[in-house]
Write a new protein. Structure first.
Length: 414
């Protein structure tokens, strides 16, 4: 018996619910939050239950959603608004625990083992949190209560909206095992399809499979799935003050138009690299490796990386390395729809570094200082107050807002 009491709270249809709250006339009507058609982020990001009734799902293209529901109201995302609600939501959870771990903007775990002695059982705390979310924020939440994080998350998904589901060490086989394998955190579409190929359709099927077989089929990940399905996840909910070490800094974007050649790619890589380099300077780190991601207009995807000769947080060096990777690994048989750049293998900016007689260190220091100066100008007058001449050579690609595209990065658990 673990003795832990862990809850997972999930704001129901977060983005769409917040928008309807701010636009009362839309209540009862099918509403979705969607990306920009102009910037080609034309997919559904969130939908309310009225829209869901028409079969609209997150990830549908806007044109698909409108085919399913011609009267669908699609609103642009307002991330500043969602971030504000996310902070208020976590503040409520922090009244019951100092162990609150976000899982994206609209979901969080909380370990209420200690506070259950003061505020009542996990179920009572969950019901209180739902009531406070409804009264204080004007939206609803579903809460799962369990003895580990995996089942608490599963509980919040089982019954929506505005519901509490309790999964205990006594009832989890009855509640969890009949569910589809894809309901278990960590089982994506590809894994679910592979499990089905081997005759496993439910979480119970994973739990009762031979661990050696799961390991043979999925490697080490198969053992994790076996552990999760059997309720043996013992990972702790992180403290509120916990800050995970930053392992990489990156940015990617679906481009305003398909990229047809190296000149197009250079403009976008430089635009993205400026945002990445600025964030590295803010964090006080440098990258030792540059990684790029490429997605064609037929949605084929690949990723490549290359070590830098010297650690860097200079946008030009990051972009130039990205272009070397592109030239080495891409043949332009198809246009590119989206590309990304990431600095990895990070080291503190103050670290001593081995210099080479072939490098002009004075020039590199001048470039670093220039970019710090540009950072100051942008902080004072806005990100678009100063820019490179190259970015003005293409009206669409040059206006790509890499800084704004980097607002939301859900926290990953796995």
């Amino acid at each position: 018996m673990s003795g832990k009491v862990i809850i997972h709270a999930d704001l129901n249809n977060c983005y769409a619910s917040i928008e309807v709250l701010h636009h009362p006339k839309l209540r009862g009507r099918p509403v979705a939050v969607g990306g920009s058609v102009e910037q080609r982020h034309g997919i559904i990001l969130a939908k309310n239950y009225e829209a869901k009734a028409y079969g609209i799902q997150v990830g549908h293209a806007l044109w698909q959603a409108r085919q399913l529901c011609p009267d669908l109201i699609i609103l642009p995302p307002d991330y500043d608004k969602y971030l504000r609600y996310s902070r208020l939501f976590r503040r409520i959870l922090m009244d019951y625990s100092d162990q609150v771990e976000p899982f994206g903007l609209d979901e969080s775990w909380a370990d209420v083992t200690a506070s259950s002695r003061v505020y009542g059982s996990g179920e009572v705390i969950a019901d209180t949190i739902r009531e406070r979310v409804r009264f204080e924020l004007g939206v609803t939440a579903s809460v799962g209560v369990s003895f580990n994080k995996i089942f608490a998350k599963l509980g919040s998904d089982i019954k929506k909206p505005d519901a509490t589901t309790v999964i205990t060490e006594r009832n989890f086989r009855d509640v969890v095992w009949p569910l589809a394998a894809g309901e278990l955190l960590g089982v994506g579409r590809a894994t679910q399809a592979k499990l089905k190929y081997y005759g496993i359709d439910t979480i119970g099927g994973i739990a009762t499979a031979e661990p050696a077989l799961l390991q043979r089929w999925f490697g080490k990940w198969g053992l994790f799935l076996y552990t999760y399905a059997n309720g043996m996840d013992d990972s702790a909910v992180k403290q509120v003050s916990y800050e995970a070490a930053v392992k990489s800094v990156g940015n990617s974007s679906t481009c305003p138009r398909d990229l047809e050649n190296e000149q197009d790619a250079h403009i976008v890589f430089l635009n993205l690299a400026e945002s990445v380099a600025e964030r590295m300077r803010d964090l006080g780190v440098m990258a030792q490796t540059v990684q790029i991601s490429l997605r064609t207009n037929e949605l084929e995807w690949c990723e490549r990386q290359m070590a830098l000769p010297l650690p860097s947080m200079i946008a030009t060096e990051l972009a130039d390395t990205a272009m070397r990777l592109l030239r080495k690994h891409y043949r332009w048989e198809k246009p590119l729809r989206s590309i990304g750049i990431r600095g990895t293998n990070l080291v503190p900016a103050g670290n001593m570094r081995q210099l080479s007689v072939f490098d002009n260190e004075e020039r590199r220091q001048a470039m670093e200082q220039l970019e710090y100066t540009i950072d100051d100008i942008r902080r004072r007058y806005g990100y678009r107050s100063i820019g490179r001449a190259l970015l003005s050579t293409d009206e669409k690609l040059g206006k790509l807002d890499a800084k704004a595209d980097n607002v939301i990065h859900p926290v990953g658990y796995l």
